[in-house]
Design a protein around this ligand. Structure first.
Ligand code: ZN
Length: 325
């Protein structure tokens, strides 16, 4: 491997596509972000992915044809082994899409695929908050709740590559409906969507005067807005934030008991604005987890933010190049 060789990664989301051109040490030379046009269907989205990658190559001063490999992080329960996206709620119309074959034909470069949260787990493990941790869990709390599991320094994918869905740990089997079809999964209780919905409910019930002011001034309720309402003195919002922290904390305690990780990295937009429940989550984890595995674990916020997925795919390419993996 030559130091000057350039690789690329694409993080495909329902709203945005991000492409980077980097070397295998995670140094980024060019980047482009644009709307993914997911609602327009498969062809529009793959066109956007190609255009986004080409723009990142221009920014990096390299020809697209000179890229040595491309990693794609995609939402959904992807089949990483066969390079197929069976379906993803964020990508309407995608059914068993052989995205690796499509992109490698269009670009003439070898392509690898991972689920976006698994990619982000690799990113934080190689370049971010969990750097060097042999046993690490990654959670992303944003619109949904995703996860990734690193065991003995490698991504744990499971039998068909669908492992790591930490957001679908069932906390309350009679709880609210979840996007996966079940009830009371962690995601149904602490996702940005669930938090905003409860915020609206507290406003409608007349229990959140500060949040009401913020909502009226700025539009739709967000977790970050609720954080500010707590600081401004909304007690009902603070009580709810405590409960969200508790839900996350009992999930963390279960993960600690099952995996005995040294680091749990929590990324995603909600976690970045969620001081309101992160303290409670860690306190609850410490109360509920077993003493021996608890002694080893540190909970950290993610460091790579929106680049966790793309840098994770660079880490994936590095493993492929160095280990033939
Ligand atoms: Zn679920």
């Amino acid at each position: 491997m030559s130091r000057s060789e350039r690789y690329a990664a694409i993080d495909l989301g329902g709203t945005k596509v991000r492409a980077i051109v980097a070397d295998l040490d995670g140094q980024i030379y060019g980047e482009d972000i644009r709307l993914s046009r997911a609602s327009e269907g498969l062809a529009a989205t793959t066109d956007t992915m190609v255009a986004c990658l080409e723009a990142a190559c221009v920014a990096a001063g390299v020809n697209t044809a000179d890229i040595k490999g491309l990693g794609i992080a995609s939402p959904g329960a992807v089949d990483a082994y066969n390079g197929v996206v069976p379906e993803a709620p964020q990508l309407p119309g995608w059914r068993d899409v052989p995205i690796v074959e499509i992109m490698s034909k269009r670009l003439g470069v070898p392509v690898w695929l991972e689920n976006d949260a698994n990619a982000a787990a690799l990113g934080e493990n190689r370049f971010g908050a969990g750097k060097g941790a042999k046993n690490m869990l990654y959670m992303t709390v944003s619109t949904g709740v995703g996860g990734g599991i690193i065991i003995d320094g490698d991504l744990y994918r499971g039998t068909r590559g669908a492992a790591g869905e930490l957001g679908h740990m069932i906390i309350d089997y009679d709880g609210p409906p979840c996007g996966c079809g079940g009830n009371g999964c962690l995601e149904s209780l602490i996702s940005g969507t669930a938090i905003a919905k409860e915020g609206e409910r507290l406003i409608d019930a007349g229990k959140a005067p500060e949040l009401t002011k913020l909502r009226d001034a700025e539009g739709a309720v967000t977790a970050e807005m609720m954080n500010r309402a707590v600081k401004a003195g909304d007690e009902a919002v603070a009580e709810y934030a405590d409960r969200v922290g508790m839900y996350l904390g009992v999930a963390l305690a279960s993960y600690v008991n099952i995996f005995n990780p040294s680091v749990i990295v929590i990324g995603g937009g909600v976690s970045q604005s969620g001081e309101m429940f992160m303290d409670q989550a860690v306190a609850t984890m410490k109360r509920k987890a077993m003493r021996a595995p608890l002694a080893d674990v540190t909970v950290k916020l993610g460091q790579l933010q929106d680049r966790a997925g793309t840098l994770g795919m660079i880490a994936r390419l590095k493993a492929a190049v160095e280990d033939g993996d």
